[in-house]
Unconditional design. Structure first.
Length: 141
């Protein structure tokens, strides 16, 4: 399958999660998901990664440790990129490390699971994402 088609499949799968409530460590579409598990499921459903399950992890691990657990999981399947494309991953620093991820939709929008909001489309330049350090990763070469 061509990369462009895979990227469109990632976006379609990501959009199918819209409106799912936020639930720490959840992974059930329409019921509950967090920002780590939604990425695991989206990229698995499209066939880009095997089934992975990074649980358990406490809800506040990123406030108490410098350990880049989120980036460690991500770097197993993706590489850093300077200019993200639709379907790539954005990861922001929350707390002491990079600990919040989203699917890049376009130059301004991402889709992510956020506490008290659930799965939403959000602008990268608005709160709670604005002014936070961000890195981008791609699952494609």
């Amino acid at each position: 399958m061509a990369e462009a088609e895979q990227r469109q499949q990632v976006l379609a799968e990501a959009r199918s999660w819209l409106g799912t409530p936020y639930h720490h460590q959840g992974r059930v579409k329409g019921v509950g998901v967090d920002c780590a598990m939604i990425l695991c499921d989206i990229y698995h459903q499209v066939g880009l990664i095997p089934w992975i399950d990074p649980r358990p992890y406490p809800p506040d691990w990123h406030f108490h440790r410098d350990d880049e657990r989120y980036l460690g999981w991500l770097k197993q399947y993706a590489r850093p990129v300077a200019q993200p494309q639709p379907g790539d991953v954005a990861v922001w620093r929350f707390g002491r490390c990079f600990s919040h991820g989203a699917v890049v939709v376009d130059d301004t929008l991402v889709l992510h699971a956020y506490f008290k909001q659930g799965v939403v489309l959000a602008r990268r330049d608005e709160t709670p994402l604005a002014d936070r350090p961000v890195r981008f990763y791609s699952l494609w070469e």
